[in-house]
Structure formats: structure tokens, C-alpha cells
Design a protein around this ligand. Structure first.
Ligand code: C5P
Length: 229
């Protein structure tokens, strides 16, 4: 029973204010994407790895990660992404080998998510045979507001979670949900839930934050410096 990890890295990441797409921005001695790949290759069981990148970066990404794959004795496939995150994930799903029965989908932008978090998600998917998403409690007070900025109500945050990636699923569930999806969702858990399937949360990790704005990149640099020291 094999694991696959699909790392989606085909977004433009304009909020980061860099010329390169976000996953290709320098981080530590590599890039956002290479730091994410290092975590995945630190998993207890080496997975099939699929990197979904902008179409014009497929060839260069293949060359960049060929030696990494060889050194880790891992399969690393590189495919072109789509116009939306959901299309990019679908592109990754399309190239998985038949032997794969557990699929994790991960945002390259969550580059510092530790290998242990991937292992925990895999363990929970296998034990419970359902979708598993890492999630953190919401620490801020959350308000619902009107279009013109008026506070309407305070939402009970005890029932809210901020969800992260890697999100893991039995392969059949994810294939089924993607085959039947008729709308766009911002994460795979929402897509799988829309297909009527159960998704559970497990404790997330603060290091799995999404690099979105320049301050996030600064924080990522500090964490990578500690990791590389
Ligand atoms: O834009 P956002 O931060 O939600 O993107 C989350 C992840 O999805 C990023 O790692 C990004 O590279 C990826 N993505 C993608 N293809 C798209 C849009 C986003 O692979 N068309």
C-alpha cells in the first residue's frame, strides 16, 4: 500500500511581491518548493512525489529534482498545473500509479510543515479510512461583518478551526470527489465533504503556516536557518 504526496506549486503568489511564482522564491539554500520537498522526503515511508508547477517550469523543475530523487531513492514526477488550485490537484491525481492507496495533498507554500505532520496524517487516514486535515484552534475573536464593514455578530470560535495541509485521503475518496465536483473549493477537505464523505481534523502544527505575505517569508527564513544550522 503506497503513499503519494501531491505538492501543488503552480500558483503565482502575487501577494508575496516577488517576480517568481511563490514556490520558486529563494528560501534558505534552496527555494520554497525545495524546502517543502525536503520535508516530504523526511517522511517515515518514502512516498511517490508529484510536483505540480507552472507549465513553463516543468522541464527546469524535472532537472532540478532528478538528483534529489536519485539520492532519496524516490519517484518524483513533475506535471503542469492548471488555472486553479483544484485543477492543479486534478493534474497531480491523473499521474498517480495504481499502487497508491493513500494520497496527501500539500501546498508548497506551507514549506515548513514538518515531516512528522505528514506521518501523522498518513497514520490517521489508514487508521480511520477517511479524510484527515490538520487544524489549529482559532485564537482571534472572529466577527461576521456586512459588505460595508459593519460588525454583525461575533462567531463562537470554539467551534472553528483554521485548517492546513498536508490533507490526506483514501485514494478512492479523493478520486471520487474530483470526478464528481461541480464547483471550485479552496481546499480538498471541502471538495471531499461536498461529495458526502467524512473528514476529520487532527492537531495541526504552527510551522505549517502558509507563506503568503513578505513577513511570512521572513519567518520562514528564520525557521530554515535553524533547520539548516
Ligand atoms: O493561492 P493559494 O495561496 O491559496 O495557493 C495555495 C497553493 O496552491 C500554493 O502552493 C499554490 O502554488 C497552489 N496553486 C496551484 N495552482 C493554482 C493556484 C494555486 O498549484 N492554479
Amino acid at each position: 500500500s503506497a503513499i503519494a504526496v501531491i505538492v501543488v506549486a503552480a500558483g503565482s503568489g502575487t501577494r508575496l511581491g516577488h517576480a517568481e511564482p511563490k514556490a520558486f522564491v529563494p528560501l534558505g539554500s534552496g527555494t520554497v518548493l525545495s524546502v517543502a520537498v525536503d520535508s516530504v522526503l523526511g517522511m517515515r515511508e518514502t512516498p511517490h512525489l508529484v510536483l505540480v508547477v507552472p507549465a513553463d517550469r516543468v522541464e527546469s523543475t524535472r532537472s532540478r529534482f532528478a538528483p534529489v530523487a536519485e539520492a532519496a531513492a524516490a519517484e518524483i514526477a513533475v506535471v503542469a498545473g492548471g488555472a486553479t488550485r483544484q485543477e492543479s490537484v486534478a493534474g497531480g491525481l491523473a499521474v498517480l500509479p495504481d499502487s497508491v492507496d493513500t494520497v496527501l495533498v500539500h501546498d508548497a507554500a506551507r514549506a515548513l510543515a514538518p515531516a512528522l505532520l505528514f506521518d501523522e496524517v498518513v497514520g490517521a487516514v489508514r487508521a480511520r479510512r477517511r479524510g484527515i486535515v490538520p487544524a489549529l484552534d482559532v485564537v482571534d475573536t472572529v466577527k461576521r461583518v456586512s459588505d460595508d464593514g459593519r460588525v454583525l455578530e461575533t462567531v463562537d470560535r470554539s467551534a472553528l478551526r483554521a485548517v492546513q495541509t498536508p490533507q490526506g485521503f483514501p485514494r478512492a475518496s479523493l478520486d471520487h470527489a474530483y470526478a464528481t465536483a461541480h464547483e471550485e473549493f479552496t481546499d480538498d477537505a471541502a471538495l471531499v465533504a461536498s461529495a458526502g464523505l467524512v473528514v476529520d481534523v487532527v492537531p495541526g502544527d504552527v510551522r505549517a503556516f502558509k507563506i503568503t505575505v513578505p513577513a511570512d517569508l521572513h519567518r520562514a527564513e528564520q525557521l530554515v536557518a535553524e533547520r539548516e544550522a
